[in-house]
Design a protein around this ligand. Structure first.
Ligand SMILES: Cc1cc2nc3c(=O)[nH]c(=O)nc-3n(C[C@H](O)[C@H](O)[C@H](O)COP(=O)(O)OP(=O)(O)OC[C@H]3O[C@@H](n4cnc5c(N)ncnc54)[C@H](O)[C@@H]3O)c2cc1C
Length: 338
């Protein structure tokens, strides 16, 4: 029997991953996912969805390695199964190139991706402005397919959906026993977190089916990611910029930078332009607290602030959030679980 009512706020890759983990692992919970925007209208939907990561400054590296590994293994299993096309999860091989040799030639995630190695001089020759490069196979997870696939999994596990804007956690306190906050940038308003800020990213989708390898400049600003239906070209990283409109200056700059790396892109047809705001924070917030809401003490589990790495870390941090929900259940008075 389902006895504990759990609300998950947010229908991006973090919210759906977390909701699926909870609904599948805890049959005693009735899980409702609430959000004002669902796929294809979330930030997650526009992400290229390539898996690798940067280091967050204050989180022990071992924990970040675990987040990455759990996500990678979960998505690799999907990529190697019959679900791959429906879920939009596939292997992707290519190069990350650097104008200057980086201090850390072997990033912490290098042992989890497949076949990580330094590029040879012969491979680097086509990038005359770059001195160093890394070649590897990682995963590309396209959220326009992955989110509907997770939604199906969630419903199969008994989960329910509600489209609504939550203006305050107070609204949820009488209907739910545990609240899980996966509202991304929305956390600035919803839980008053002023540490969350946008990093604007503009990307283009182009038709270039001849491209099979990703190319990413190590500065994170210029990238070419071939996908199932198109190639994503990026990008921009504009901190504190809330503009959601396409900026034609950015469009030109993206096309110019990407074509310098891959001249054949000068022939590619632009299919669409998109802007998203990365829900950034110095460190993602994955923790629980107890909040006084309408006179009740309600456990709240937070899972947001993944910046430019939400697709990469979604499953790993969802598993941590699941553990935190389990801890809330353990600490509930017995009558709450009846
Ligand atoms: C251009 C670009 C490229 C990217 N490329 C990559 C990449 O290659 N790899 C990678 O790992 N990451 C990438 N990212 C980052 C990635 O998109 C994010 O980290 C990720 O989407 C964050 O997911 P989320 O679920 O936290 O947020 P979102 O997808 O924004 O979802 C937030 C959800 O919360 C809901 N919500 C918020 N507030 C409320 C409220 N008050 N009431 C109800 N619902 C609410 C929203 O409606 C939405 O459903 C990229 C981002 C951008 C912009």
């Amino acid at each position: 029997m389902k006895t504990v009512r759990v609300a998950v706020v947010g229908a991006g890759v973090i919210g759906f991953s977390t909701a699926v983990c909870i609904a599948e692992a805890l049959p005693s919970c009735s899980v409702t996912l609430l959000a004002d925007k669902f796929s294809p209208d979330t930030t997650s939907d526009g992400a290229a969805g390539i898996l690798f990561a940067a280091k967050f400054p204050d989180i022990p590296l071992e924990r970040q390695r675990r987040w990455f590994k759990d996500s990678f293994d979960h998505l690799l299993a999907i990529a190697q199964s019959q679900h791959s096309p429906e879920a939009g999860v596939m292997l992707s091989s290519g190069w990350q190139i650097f104008k200057e040799v980086p201090a850390d030639k072997k990033p912490f995630w290098s042992e989890f991706v497949i076949g990580f190695r330094s590029m040879t001089d012969r491979e680097l020759k086509r990038f005359p402005d770059h001195k160093f490069g890394q070649a590897f196979t990682t995963i590309k997870c396209e959220c326009t397919s992955y989110l509907p696939w997770l939604e199906k999994r969630f419903r199969k596990a008994g989960g329910q959906l509600q489209q609504r804007r939550v203006t305050s956690l107070d609204e949820l306190s009488s209907s739910y026993d545990i609240i899980v906050n996966c509202s991304g940038l929305g956390s600035k308003m919803l839980v008053g977190d002023n540490q969350v800020y946008p990093v604007r990213g503009q990307v283009l989708k182009v038709e270039a089916p001849w491209l099979q390898h990703f190319i990413r400049d190590g500065d994170g600003k210029t990238y070419i990611y071939p996908g199932v239906h198109s190639v994503t070209l990026g990008g921009t990283r504009q901190e504190g910029d809330w503009r959601l409109q396409v900026d034609e200056g950015d469009t030109e700059s993206i096309l110019e930078r990407c074509s310098r790396l891959e001249p054949s892109l000068r022939e590619a047809k632009v299919l669409s332009k998109w802007v998203g705001l990365r829900p950034s924070r110095r460190n993602p917030r994955v923790e629980r607290e107890v909040v006084q809401l309408q006179g009740r003490r309600v456990p709240v589990v937070h899972n947001y602030g993944h910046g430019g790495w939400g697709v990469t870390l979604a499953w790993g941090t969802a598993l941590v959030a699941l553990g935190l929900v389990r801890n809330c259940l353990r600490e509930m008075p017995p009558q709450a679980k009846l």
